[in-house]
Design a protein around this ligand. Structure first.
Ligand SMILES: Cc1ncc(COP(=O)(O)O)c(C=O)c1O
Length: 451
């Protein structure tokens, strides 16, 4: 039976005539009205288990009472007095909390922004000023955001770039170590590490002098590329390269931070300490905030007004972020991400044995990708399967999406219970069966586009 969504459809129709298409990746007409924990409810009263967490921004779950309380209290006291000119306590408290949870036993400093994109832009500026070098290295298939600096770092999707140049100069892209779609067939993890390290060395030998490189922007799991988990050996080698040439190792944690992988930050899964940590999304449980924590000596090289925004680090977002850190710690959400994530990964791997179109299941904690293919040999991406399965899951009460053309994105709020995850996995399995039996009509492809 199809979902009953008259009000959703009506509202989506109105929105279609107003919102710029550049700002919407279409999945299905879900108009969210309310959310609680790992559940969202649409304007027609339908309930869904949320496997997307608002693009990984709501790790503490929707409307967590402690976050709501912190926001309410702060809103009654002070909404904004710009930290550019004056001081406020929630920001000072938050800075201390971020220093406590970010990796690295060195003296730290922080700057704030409004989102992940501008945090990346600020990091480019800071890295260039601190090192007095201009070149930046980033990875193919990375998404770092929509502002010009973040866009220049990104290399994941042509529509994101088309017609928008010139971008920031001196940004070079290298391959991310993908052990599923390997550069050549038959490569194992070590081969992939070796190959990708060689690509950096080749760059340094041919067209990019290592001593002119300020920073390498590295996601500890490459998110929008389809949740690619790198080999530990590669991450360690990258740290080594940065040490050898005095290049800053930037851990871009906008998507993997704040407990998502079972650690505060994704990079901790690889026993590597970065010089800079870039944060956004889940930092304030859905309130707009970005932050960059780095070695103090790097942050001490530039002066105002090199990087500041009127409302960045505003008291309400900082209060929400302080409560977010407390909730993740007190409610053991990292532990829950590890336990539920391991369970989901195992169940999805079982499904891989059953369904030929599942090419790969990978992830750490509650950051899991299910890569759908047309053929297990060629690994050609199966966008049609991904779109149909997401549509069908939505019909069954599951908020499921995909990215990178073929990868189902399993990133629920970290408060998700075992029962909720079990129910979500059953719905996914049913959607897989429906896809396999061919009952999901092609017409749904008009609705679900994804990216
Ligand atoms: C890894 C990564 N970096 C940066 C961003 C941009 O963050 P925002 O949309 O908050 O600007 C995203 C958003 O999807 C992301 O996944």
């Amino acid at each position: 039976m199809a979902l009953n969504i008259p009000k959703c459809l009506e509202l989506v129709n109105i929105d279609k005539g107003m919102t710029s298409p550049a700002a919407k990746v279409p999945y299905y007409p879900l108009v969210v009205d309310r959310g609680k924990g790992a559940t969202v409810i649409d304007v027609d009263g339908n309930h869904y288990i949320d496997l997307l967490s608002s693009a990984g921004a709501v790790n503490t779950g929707h409307c967590h009472p402690r976050i709501v309380d912190a926001i309410k209290k702060q809103t009654e006291n002070l909404i904004l007095y710009t930290p550019v000119y004056m001081y406020h306590e929630p920001l000072i408290q938050l800075s201390q909390k971020l220093f406590d949870i970010t990796p690295g036993e060195y003296r730290k400093r922080v700057f704030y922004g409004l989102c992940g994109s501008d945090a990346n832009d600020g990091t480019i500026k800071m890295a260039r000023t601190a090192t007095k070098r201009k070149k930046i290295i980033s990875f193919y298939r990375a998404y770092h955001g929509s502002t010009y600096g973040a866009l220049s770092l990104s290399a994941v999707s042509l529509p994101m770039h088309r017609g928008l140049g010139p971008l920031l100069p001196e940004i070079h892209h290298i391959p991310y170590p993908d052990v599923y779609r390997t550069p050549y067939s038959g490569m194992d993890e070590d081969d992939v590490t070796k190959y990708c390290v060689e690509r950096i060395n080749e760059l340094f030998k041919t067209c990019v002098p290592a001593e002119e490189v300020a920073a390498i922007f590295f996601e500890p799991i490459q998110g929008d590329a389809g949740l690619i988990v790198p080999p530990k050996s590669y991450v360690k080698a990258l740290r080594q390269i940065c040490d050898t040439y005095n290049i800053l190792f930037v851990s871009e944690e906008v998507q993997q931070g704040f407990g998502r992988t079972g650690k505060w930050f994704g990079i901790e899964n690889f026993d590597v300490v970065p010089d800079v940590v870039v944060m956004g999304k889940a930092i304030a449980s859905g309130m707009p905030l970005g932050a960059v924590v780095a070695k103090a000596e790097l942050m001490e090289q530039w002066e105002a007004p090199a990087h500041l925004f009127t409302a960045a680090g505003n008291p309400v977002c900082c209060a929400a972020a302080c409560a977010t850190v407390d909730v993740i710690r007190d409610e053991k959400l990292r532990e829950n991400a590890t336990a539920i994530g391991a369970y989901a990964l195992a169940r999805l791997k079982e499904m891989q044995n059953r369904f030929e179109f599942i090419g790969d299941v990978r992830g750490i904690g509650l950051s899991i990708g299910v890569d759908l293919v047309k053929d297990r040999e060629t690994k050609e991406r199966n966008t049609e399967a991904a779109a149909k399965i997401c549509y069908q899951a939505w019909q069954k009460g599951l908020l499921l999406s995909f990215f990178s053309g073929s990868v189902l994105r399993i990133q629920p709020p970290l408060v998700i219970s075992k029962d909720q995850m079990e129910s979500a996995l059953s719905k996914i399995e049913e959607a897989f069966e429906d896809y396999e039996s061919g009952i999901i009509p092609d017409s749904v492809l008009e609705t679900v586009k994804g990216w």
